[in-house]
Design a protein around this ligand. Structure first.
Ligand code: NAD
Length: 360
């Protein structure tokens, strides 16, 4: 009963025309930022997360404290727990689901393939099953990934480009997610918006990502491993700052349109959409390291290694005209500015002073 009360309070809407959103992966990197932004503008937000230990769960708990300080309640549970999800939908008539929970990361799949099936396939289907039967049916916005472009070499990547050559199990499960959500749109009239995020970075980020682990190693005086393609070609990524991604998430949610089915029945045509959310200006990894060195005021020990061919792709570059035309998506933070904000957060979170010296 205590739990239900907290969920109800957290789902309360504080503005006219507001929405009530279930955010899965709410104590993850993107999920925590999206939850805070929804709350800030007066929407009702309830989080769900299983606090898994893919990376340091203490970071997830710290994000949860931040959410809790803004009145956002996060239910601890798994996407595959049908009973728990049903109960949540019994307590709150969510208008939207922002589905950001997933097993992320590319290389982790080499040792833990089932984790991707569990969260990105089985967990997704379980969530869709609950949504299809909910009354009203929520509109769903969910995170796909730029990795679906896989070995596609035509840049920039447009939504209509081929996505049939995934280079990792992670990418394959995201691509499968796009097809699975399509069937739920087609059969049950669920409104679906898939967002292909391009390498998201920023404060409260993910410790497994290169910019984060490079920062850690540079500060500790340890070498960093930089992958290069064949013939020493540098890898490049369309690094996208978290605030831009959040704006894209909220913009796409606001334009997502209603589901048209109810209680599992299809009524009319609900939208099925896919958008790239990137920055449209790829930067090579060595230049990323140059910027980190500048902000940290410490030199990196660079160790170049040929890309081992275990999941990474050589480059990514988003064409964002669809998102721009549909909901005015316009990234505004360049890598230099965004990394400055990340470094400032990192130093303060991990107890460094402004000269990057550990305080304790
Ligand atoms: P993250 O790992 O920080 O967040 C995901 C959260 O989901 C975690 O807190 C995790 O505990 C939770 N979770 C995982 N499996 C779950 C399950 N079965 N049940 C309940 N909770 C579960 O990752 P992120 O960077 O915030 O990514 C958010 C979404 O965006 C993911 O779907 C990811 O695949 C996608 N994405 C991220 C990036 C990026 O660069 N960060 C790029 C492309 C796509």
């Amino acid at each position: 009963i205590q739990w239900e009360k907290q969920v109800r309070t957290s789902a309360q809407i504080h503005r006219s025309g507001g929405v009530s959103v279930l955010v899965t992966g709410a104590t993850g990197f993107v999920g925590s930022h999206v939850s805070l932004a929804l709350r800030k503008r007066g929407d009702g937000v309830v989080g769900l997360d299983n606090f898994n230990n893919y990376y340091d769960p203490s970071l997830k708990r710290a994000r949860r404290s931040l959410l809790s300080s803004r009145g956002i309640f996060v239910v601890e549970g798994d996407l595959n727990d049908g009973k728990l999800l049903s109960k949540l939908f019994d307590v709150v008539a969510f208008t939207h689901v922002m589905h950001l929970a997933a097993q992320a990361g590319v290389r982790y799949a080499l040792e833990n393939p089932q984790s991707y099936v569990h969260s990105n396939i089985a967990g997704l289907v379980n969530l869709l099953e609950i949504c299809k039967s909910a009354n009203p049916q929520p509109a769903i916005v969910w995170a796909s990934s730029s990795s679906v472009y896989g070995l596609n070499e035509k840049v920039p990547f447009s939504e209509s480009d081929r996505t049939d050559q995934p280079a990792s199990l992670y990418a394959a499960t995201k691509k499968a997610g796009e097809e699975i959500t399509h069937t739920y749109n087609h059969i049950y009239g669920l409104s679906i918006t898939g967002l292909r995020f391009f390498t998201v970075y920023g404060p409260w980020g993910r410790p497994d990502m290169a910019y984060f682990s490079f920062t850690r190693n540079i500060l500790q005086g340890k070498p960093i491993t930089i992958y290069r393609g064949k013939n020493r070609v540098d890898l490049a990524r369309d690094f996208t700052y978290i605030d831009d991604i959040v704006k894209g998430c909220l913009g796409s949610l606001d334009s997502s349109g209603k589901s048209t089915g109810s209680g599992g029945k299809k009524r009319g045509a609900a939208p099925y959409r896919i958008f790239n959310l990137g920055n449209t200006s790829p930067v090579t990894v060595p230049i990323l390291v140059d910027i980190l060195e500048k902000h940290l005021k410490v030199k990196a020990k660079r160790n170049f290694v040929e890309m081992p061919g275990n999941g990474d792709v050589p480059f990514t570059h988003a064409n964002i005209s669809s998102a721009r035309n549909e909901f005015g998506y316009k990234p505004t933070t360049d890598l230099e500015t965004g990394l400055k904000k990340f470094v400032r957060w990192y130093l303060s979170y991990y107890g460094y002073n402004t000269k990057a010296k550990l305080v304790h």
